[in-house]
Design a protein around this ligand. Structure first.
Ligand code: ZN
Ligand code: ZN
Length: 212
């Protein structure tokens, strides 16, 4: 029996534990979900909730028909955001294995950033510290996330460009960064010692403090 329960834990057959929270770290029912959301006490992954704002979702032109932000501008804005957050995580808390940003539109997933650290201690430290900070004039909400395997959390159809549920899909739609940035961030680790750290733009991250 125990073995059976272990084999269905967090799957659709599990009537006790929420499979969405288990796999994706977020569920559209939130605290009202009828199944359990088992918040991890240890994890390599943290979630920064609703922190990325896609300028294309808020910037409409005056006639309301055209998006005022071009795809190129949006990608530049996104790459810059990604690089800033990634660099801040590595400088302040420790080595990052991977970082992913949701392009979903549902309230529980919109703008979520998932940072998977190499060490659990770094993730723990990051959550404690980040909840006392502000990013782009909004309070940061960080928590440990149960997601460690992003392939399980991702929408396969989205990756093939075929998801018919669009932004309100309940699986992660991960927003890709440019190839150049990917090479820079993930290729950097081998030569990191030679380069030293880059400095951050000072006005984005803020400690909770007198500036309030
Ligand atoms: Zn749930
Ligand atoms: Zn999808």
């Amino acid at each position: 029996m125990a073995e059976y329960l272990a084999s269905i834990f967090g799957t659709e057959k599990d009537k006790v534990n929420c499979s969405f929270y288990f796999k994706i770290g977020a569920c559209r029912h939130g605290d009202r979900c009828s199944r359990l959301h088992n918040k991890p006490t240890f994890s390599q992954t943290i979630a920064l909730l609703n922190i990325y704002r896609n300028p294309q979702n808020s910037a409409q032109s005056a006639d309301g028909l055209h998006c005022a932000v071009s795809d190129v501008e949006m990608q530049e804005h996104y790459d810059q955001f990604f690089e800033e957050v990634f660099a801040e995580m590595e400088e302040k808390y420790g080595e990052v294995e991977e970082m992913n940003v949701c392009d979903n539109l549902g309230d529980h997933l919109v703008g979520n950033v998932y940072v998977k650290f190499r060490r659990e201690e770094d993730a723990e430290k990051a959550v404690m510290d980040l909840n006392n900070r502000w990013f782009n004039a909004q309070a940061v909400h960080a928590e440990l996330s149960p997601v460690t395997d992003f392939r399980e959390a991702c929408c396969r159809q989205y990756e093939m460009g075929e998801c018919t549920r669009g932004g309100f899909c309940n699986f992660m739609h991960l927003k890709p960064i440019s190839r150049e940035l990917r090479r820079e961030l993930y290729g950097r680790r081998r030569k990191r010692c030679l380069e030293g750290s880059r400095s951050m733009s000072p006005d984005v991250w803020r400690a909770l403090g007198p500036c309030l």
